[in-house]
Design a protein around this ligand. Structure first.
Ligand SMILES: Nc1ncnc2c1ncn2[C@@H]1O[C@H](COP(=O)(O)OP(=O)(O)OP(=O)(O)O)[C@@H](O)[C@H]1O
Ligand SMILES: [Mg+2]
Length: 420
């Protein structure tokens, strides 16, 4: 397991966790040839090219492309020459600076892609194209970009509260932990962003790199997904998957995607399950500071998923018991369903959105008292979904017990036979 140290973010921490994962090409899957993304058929726009450079993507009335172009000088001025004090974070593809445009009074986040990065340029073009076409209240808005010379920069709406990772994992002692209903609201927002990409974008978009550092928060803790650089246009027609190099982040990547490089919307559902589990437990997907059997969050939680009576053990101690136990149980059941090894049995994001609407994140949620046993009103679908899961767990356990009894029976017969 590799570790990828990151820079501090939003001045809150002097250093991020050593285990903080960055997007990178993951080993172990056979390399596939990369198909350049095609724009959605409804919006046949070409991505900006080197030749068209800064004039490629401009505001066009009456269509979906709304990204502005900026000169390098404009962005240097906005970020005080990319000064250290404006640096808000650094990821696998470059640094992110807080910027301010005097003329408009607008505050923005400027992502300067690493020019030595293997995929910087390609990811840049993909991201500009994708974000220009996709708009949703739970996706970070791309304001514009700069492609001056060999510089590649993206200008996003500034998300004042930074990433979910900054609020959930390794909190400094003076930082208040997120409460249950905020956690569930963030989960619901992220789920809605994914649902939009999977079900409403045409063709569907597989996000491919969902993780807590890619979920950003506005001043009211509304979640928005950032970083579409790795997103792929999903399969169309009878194709069920898109083959690609395995890109992602350790701890969040679906097992079948890491094994085969075959990408489906269900790979995103798995990554969402990891984020939901992080929200429930306050633990990071990979944490090398813990003892070996607890370093991988999913492996640690899997045995507990099989025993619904143990679900409350998963709750983040920083919640101090302030959550409705039934809601916690349902949230764990949703996470467990998303994290199933068999991708085909994972729920769709639309089902997850329905389920989470009732777990303290949506307007339907009830009041929250410390470990109160009262549940929010759950609709039939939600109850059915999680009860099915719990029934399946019970059935699997029964089958295993029968198999073990049969094996024990045949072993003891064999011992008896040989002693006769
Ligand atoms: N639009 C934004 N507004 C405010 N802060 C942002 C914005 N985009 C990114 N950041 C901050 O910069 C940090 C680094 O973001 P970046 O996307 O470069 O890296 P990452 O998400 O940690 O890793 P990866 O490169 O794998 O996506 C984020 O964790 C977040 O704190
Ligand atoms: Mg990111």
């Amino acid at each position: 397991m590799s570790c990828f140290p990151c820079f501090s973010s939003h001045g809150k921490k002097s250093s991020k966790r050593v285990n903080s994962g960055r997007t990178r090409q993951l080993p172990s899957a056979p390399p596939h040839s990369e198909t350049p993304p095609q724009p959605p058929s409804e919006n046949p726009k070409r991505p900006p090219t080197e030749a068209t450079n800064n004039k490629a993507v401009t505001k066009e009335a009456g269509n979906n492309i709304a990204a502005e172009t900026f000169t390098f000088r404009e962005l240097a001025t906005a970020t005080k020459n990319f000064r250290q004090e404006c640096l808000v974070g650094e990821g696998g593809f470059g640094r992110v600076y807080k910027g301010h445009f005097e003329k408009t009074g607008q505050t923005v986040a400027v992502k300067q892609l690493d020019r030595n990065g293997l995929q910087g340029n390609k990811e840049f073009l993909v991201e500009v194209l994708m974000l220009s076409l996709l708009h949703h209240e739970h996706l970070v808005n791309l304001i514009g970009y700069c492609a001056d010379g060999d510089q590649r920069l993206l200008v996003y709406e500034y998300m004042p509260l930074g990433s979910l990772e900054d609020h959930l994992l390794d909190l400094p002692p003076d930082q208040k932990a997120l409460d249950w209903s905020t956690r569930m609201r963030i989960a619901l927002g992220a789920a809605k962003g994914l649902e939009y990409l999977h079900d409403k974008a045409n063709p569907p978009v597989i996000y491919r790199d969902l993780k807590s550092s890619n979920i950003l928060l506005d001043k009211e803790y509304n979640a928005k997904l950032s970083d579409f650089g790795l997103a792929k246009l999903g399969p169309v027609g009878d194709k069920t998957h898109v083959s690609s190099r395995v890109m992602g982040t350790y701890g969040y990547c679906a097992p079948e995607y890491q094994r085969t490089g075959q990408l489906t919307v269900k790979s995103d559902v798995y990554s969402f399950g990891v984020v939901l589990l992080e929200l429930i437990t306050g633990r990071s997907a990979i944490d090398t500071t813990r003892q070996t059997e607890e370093q991988n969050l999913v492996s640690w939680a899997q045995p507990i998923f099989k025993e619904p009576s143990r679900f409350p053990e998963l709750a983040d101690s920083l919640l101090q018991g302030y959550f409705p136990v039934k809601c916690l149980n349902q949230a764990v059941a949703v996470a467990a369903m998303c994290l199933q090894d068999d991708a085909s049995t994972r729920p769709l994001m639309s089902d997850v959105v329905t389920a989470l609407s009732f777990l303290g994140g949506g307007p339907e949620a009830g009041n929250i008292s410390p470990s109160s046993a009262s549940a929010s009103p759950l609709d039939d679908k939600m109850i059915g979904m999680t009860e099915n899961y719990q029934d399946e767990v019970a059935a699997r356990e029964r089958q295993q017990a029968i198999a073990e009894a049969m094996e024990w029976g045949s072993n003891s017969r064999a011992i008896n036979d040989s002693s006769m």
